[in-house]
Design a protein around this ligand. Structure first.
Ligand SMILES: [Zn+2]
Ligand SMILES: [Zn+2]
Length: 224
């Protein structure tokens, strides 16, 4: 039997609850995640329709304390304003500093013919290797530039889940033809930051169905 020292609380039984949504004009996946015991919750990419995300949190008695953005394309934070406006104090928005310029320019919304309320300015800088806490759940930030310069992914080692935004999709990769995109950089990010994780890691991405590291390692045509 293994004894856990009293100073280190056991993570046994920690469960990360995940509620996903497909929202907005680009059918962007938003994720409402929570520590199942403390009910502390975060929204990863409040893509659109903030009220729907709020309603789901209310139903589950989850308290949204964080808004974490994988990157600053408008279809990943179009619902941030509505989420933040409904909560007092508003949950802080976290973003990698290398995407601030993109956030300030509206995330490319005008380019696609949309106007959005960007919501509160990001006040938390995300950086590679940083550890975020959601109740008892540990989430590690992994910087993965290429789709945008400040793109990050959120990795939960206990649950083997990677929220990977627009870095890699099932059988595809993020586009690199938008401002700040770089194809070689994206491929390198995937090799370093995604393929270094276990094969059974779930990939919960920004668009489309989920995948796994093992599946993409074998079948992704951009990486084989
Ligand atoms: Zn994007
Ligand atoms: Zn996207």
């Amino acid at each position: 039997m293994v004894h856990t020292p009293a100073s280190e609380p056991s993570l046994e039984g920690v469960v990360l609850e995940i509620q996903s949504f497909i929202l907005g004009p680009a059918l962007t996946n938003a994720y409402l995640i929570a520590d199942s015991e403390t009910n502390e919750a975060a929204v990863i990419d409040p893509s659109w329709d903030g009220p729907l995300i709020l309603e789901a949190a209310r139903e589950r008695k989850w308290r949204i304390g964080h808004i974490w953005l994988t990157h600053a394309h408008f279809d990943h934070f179009g619902g941030a304003a509505a989420v933040a406006d409904a909560i007092n104090p508003p949950p802080p928005v976290a973003l990698h500093p290398a995407d601030y310029w993109l956030w300030r320019s509206g995330g490319g919304a005008q380019f696609f013919g949309y106007r959005i309320d960007p919501g509160p300015e990001p006040t938390i800088d995300l950086n590679d290797g940083q550890v975020l806490h959601l109740g008892r759940v540990r989430i590690e930030v992994r910087h993965a530039p290429g789709h945008t310069p400040g793109h990050v992914m959120f990795w939960c080692p206990e649950e083997k889940v990677l929220f990977c935004g627009d870095v890699i999709f099932r059988g595809s990769i993020g586009r690199t033809d938008l401002p700040g995109g770089e194809y070689e950089t994206l491929i390198e990010s995937i090799r370093q930051q995604v393929f270094s994780l276990p094969d059974d890691t779930r990939l919960l991405n920004g668009h489309g169905p989920e995948s796994t590291v093992g599946f993409e390692r074998l079948y992704n045509p951009f990486l084989t």
